[in-house]
Design a protein around this ligand. Structure first.
Ligand SMILES: Nc1ncnc2c1ncn2[C@@H]1O[C@H](COP(=O)(O)OP(=O)(O)O)[C@@H](O)[C@H]1O
Ligand SMILES: [Mg+2]
Length: 407
């Protein structure tokens, strides 16, 4: 095939004079050629003078804006852009390292001053691989392709920006979603509340009906004892239903935190005093290891007291139901750089691993008279203080709660 027929700009060149010139340089072996040509750009400029252009096809003339080979050769030094100079250095390196072809991306400038992005393909004719008399350069003009790619990149950038914006617009939507999620969990809570209340209410109703039935009986005297018993049950379960409602109201009407600098050790001591008034607690049951050097921290005293009370109450229940003689509840305080840590451990019944996952769920309880709200309340109070509750347990051995509060 003749180069005339090839629909790409083709330049046929003769590099035979380049070789003897390169040999005069006496380049030591293992020279870093790229670094060498970078350091001595005059050498590649000098080489350019030794390259002869034998032929150019119509496409090459059209591409360069020249009318013939001589005109092009004369104008060549002006047409040499930095990237073409780099391409020439790569060709020289190929010659020195016996590579038969290379491909480089460069920018060319035409005689009428237009810049074109090109892929330049240099190939040594296999019959002249030693003499370097015939090599071809073919040009693939990628200017339009590059423009298209740049446009696409820009469009992608715009699209990414738009996406960011829609994401921003989505934020209120996200808040709405959070609210819906919150409502869903409220819904779950309400249905478990209904379930919880149904039980005492059903008991109340059945005892009340039974009482009425017996009161209608003629032999009231004889049934005196059963009637008192039924009335007591009614009162008990009505109280329980009321208590559930009250605890839940507490849970939901959590007032805004009223934070003040407080001494956690003092709060712990106060809570234990309060617990002792409520329960019959032996002197030896509770032991304290309080670090007197912990700093005061900002917290809502009433709420933290409630947390400690709930956890201690559970610990007390746990050691009570185990009925071990050497039962212990240990409370310790400590501080590190950024947090205050309160650890409450007991030697009670503990829970299994599966149960441990559920104990913070509202209404989860393993106690016959339990309500399952204590720990749910603790968790929400501690997270409102930006703190954490870490819990661990060995079934049959005990339980440990670690409260972390930021300093
Ligand atoms: N110190 C503890 N030892 C063993 N089990 C515990 C302890 N603390 C909590 N639990 C378990 O977590 C459950 C939930 O506790 P809580 O939310 O306070 O509700 P409640 O005390 O009304 O059951 C308890 O029923 C119990 O199974
Ligand atoms: Mg409890």
């Amino acid at each position: 095939m003749q180069i005339k027929q090839i629909p790409l700009p083709i330049f046929v060149q003769d590099y035979s004079a380049v070789k003897p010139y390169l040999e005069t340089l006496h380049l030591p072996q293992h020279t870093d050629l790229e670094e060498y040509f970078f350091k001595y750009p005059e050498i590649s400029w000098e080489c350019l003078k030794h390259i002869k252009i034998i032929e150019m096809n119509e496409e090459a003339l059209k591409f360069s804006g020249a009318t013939n080979v001589n005109g092009f050769t004369a104008a060549l030094p002006q047409l040499f852009t930095n990237t073409l100079h780099k391409a020439l250095q790569k060709i020289l390196i190929a010659i020195l390292t016996h590579q038969a072809k290379i491909e480089v991306e460069a920018q060319a400038v035409t005689l009428n001053g237009k810049f074109r992005d090109i892929i330049l393909n240099w190939k040594l004719h296999p019959d002249y691989s030693e003499s370097l008399e015939v090599a071809t350069i073919s040009i693939f003009d990628i200017t339009e392709l590059k423009k298209l790619q740049d446009n696409l990149t820009q469009q992608t950038a715009i699209r990414t920006k738009e996406q960011h914006q829609t994401e921003k617009q989505r934020q209120p939507h996200q808040q709405q979603m959070n609210r819906i999620e919150h409502l869903n969990s409220m819904g779950e809570l309400t249905s478990s509340l209904a379930h919880q209340l149904n039980q005492p209410l059903a008991i109340i109703s059945s005892y009340a009906q039974e009482t009425c039935r017996r009161l209608n009986d003629n032999d009231i005297q004889h049934q005196h004892h059963e009637l008192i018993n039924a009335a007591q049950k009614i009162a008990l379960h009505a109280n329980r239903a009321g208590e559930i409602v009250n605890r839940l109201r507490e849970f939901f009407s959590m007032k805004p935190l009223q934070k003040q600098p407080e001494d956690v050790n003092q709060i712990i001591k106060g809570t234990i005093l309060f617990l002792k008034q409520e329960y019959n607690i032996s002197k030896k049951l509770i032991s304290l290891t309080l670090d007197s050097k912990i700093p005061q921290i900002l917290l809502d005293r009433t709420q933290i007291e409630q947390v400690l009370f709930n956890i201690l109450q559970n610990a007390f229940d746990a050691v009570e139901s185990k009925k071990a003689k050497d039962a212990k509840i240990t409370i310790s305080t400590a501080a590190n750089n950024n947090a205050l840590i309160v650890t409450i451990s007991d030697t009670g019944v503990g829970v299994s691993e599966q149960i441990l996952d559920n104990i913070f769920e509202p209404f989860f309880t393993t106690k016959s008279n339990g309500m399952g709200l204590g720990l749910a309340i603790c968790r929400s109070i501690i997270s409102a203080h930006d703190g954490q509750i870490i819990v661990s347990s060995i079934e049959g051995k005990g339980m440990q709660f670690k409260l972390t509060l930021p300093i």
